[in-house]
Ligand binder design. Sequence first.
Ligand SMILES: Cc1ncc(C[n+]2csc(CCOP(=O)(O)OP(=O)(O)O)c2C)c(N)n1
Ligand SMILES: [Mg+2]
Length: 330
Amino acid sequence: MTLYDFFKGEGFDFYTGVPCSEIKGFLRDLDEKSPGQHVVAVREDDAIGAAVGAWLGGRCPLVYMQNSGLGNSVNAINSLLLPYQIPVHLLVTMHQGAEHQAFTYATTKPLIDLLGYRERTYFAQKDTLEDSAMIKGPECEERSVRERMQVQLPPFPRLSQEMPWTRKESITRILESYDDGNTVFVSTNGYISREHCALGRGLGFYMAGSMGLAPAIGFGLAFARLDVRVVVINGDGGYLMNLGMNATIAEHRLPNLKHFVLKNGLHETTGGQPLVDVPVVGEVEILEVRQGGDVPPRISIPLQDVAHNLRRALWKAMPSPAPKPFSGST
Ligand SMILES: Cc1ncc(C[n+]2csc(CCOP(=O)(O)OP(=O)(O)O)c2C)c(N)n1
Ligand SMILES: [Mg+2]
């Protein structure tokens, strides 16, 4: 059985990752046979973020990576997948051969064990899985593949640029302007998600850790669910940490995704250390935000409830097969 047939049979219906030659047959199959379910990422942690978004939207995601990409993924596993209990499965290739790969090869499985991620990790070499008997299958409500439903959504309204507002005023204005009952707000870690959570309006995903991945999560959700609008509320620190994701977002041109960056010129949450200026990469709206102001309350909600309740709410809002399935390459 090919890797492609195996994973399809397991019920996976969203695939993303950074390519490795060990699984080139699998990747070719994905491109040929599963348009609308495969996104090539530029970093492995971006892929994990996108997989989280897709899972929130009702998909069963698989993230593939070369073992050298596991190092890029540790924070996403530790501060996103594990605390929110989001069952993203990994396919890690055991690439080896060159001298510089020896250390990575030797530490890949111990690292997965240390992270406590063995039961959701498949290992592969040369387009073949190593024994996968100990891997839990995807825990999805339905194993049948959901089509991406193209639904005519109203365009995003424009936010007027009278500035600068405080962080709280800016977030309030974004929530008020975009909350139509069908919009999910994804906010970056630190003061921004704390403020967003305290304001508690609309459907929300409050990122506690995984700095830099808010746009990846928003992208995965918007990609999986063309019938839902997604607004990402990022900080300039979070944005600068991961500019590559914006290039991926620009390439896919999703009409249902909006990305705001609240620019205060600081890492304000960690005490106000200065930041370099933000370049505009792709479709991003940069809002000047006044420095200082009130410190928002700490988030004290169970993180797994945030993720699982949001997925349930979005699952209920899954369009029935009335709208036309979308098969293009948005
Ligand atoms: C990988 C990682 N590095 C550092 C931190 C510490 N940290 C938390 S919030 C934050 C600043 C975020 O800056 P920005 O996105 O501009 O938001 P602001 O605090 O300015 O509102 C930092 C550096 C972290 N959480 N994760
Ligand atoms: Mg900032």
